[in-house]
Design a binder for this molecule. Structure first.
Ligand code: CO
Length: 173
């Protein structure tokens, strides 16, 4: 098990549009990489982790969707080169991010999305999602495009968010 350091707000890698993954090239390293990403995400009770959150320029993310009951194991989704091809509905809901620890803010997201991606076996997938999974898909695809959830807060809330980050970052590692 390897718990890796998670990059934090302000680090350039989080603002990079990440490089598409060549699946065959990455395949030999993929199982270990995914295990490390999962361990890292679980260690801080996260729902998802994108490659640039461990400093890698790769268009992939891991989502660990919590089970219905507390003891249920999370469902793992590995999304490689994902693309959101359809969005429906809209909802303002509180969100957080492992790269901006301690901050929670309301952001607007689609409530229902369809995502195309390559899974961890290299198979193309199309998945429609609602609820928390839809939110996670959008949050992680944003990461791969160099975007963070704080970019999406209402402009009137931005000064407060900036102030909060300034305070919080004193405690980040
Ligand atoms: Co995040």
């Amino acid at each position: 098990m390897a718990v890796l350091r998670i990059t934090k707000y302000g680090e350039p890698v989080l603002r990079r549009k990440l490089k598409p993954v060549n699946f065959d090239e990455l395949a030999p390293r993929l199982p270990q990489l995914l295990k490390d990403m999962e361990d890292t995400c679980l260690s801080v009770h996260g729902v998802g982790l994108a490659a640039n959150q461990i400093g890698l320029d790769l268009r992939l993310a891991v989502i660990l969707l919590p089970g219905e009951k507390e003891d249920d194991p999370p469902t793992r989704y590995v999304i490689i080169n994902p693309e959101i091809i359809e969005k429906r509905g809209e909802k303002l809901e509180e969100e957080g991010c492992l790269s901006v620890p301690g901050l929670w803010a309301d952001v607007k997201r689609a409530t229902d999305v369809t995502v195309k991606y390559i899974d961890e076996q290299g198979r193309p997938q199309t998945k429609r999602a609602r609820g928390l999974l839809a939110k996670a898909f959008q949050h992680e695809v944003d990461h791969l495009d160099g975007k963070l959830f704080v970019d999406l807060v209402d402009p009137t809330q931005k000064p407060a968010v900036k102030k909060a980050i300034k305070k919080l970052r004193a405690n980040w590692n």
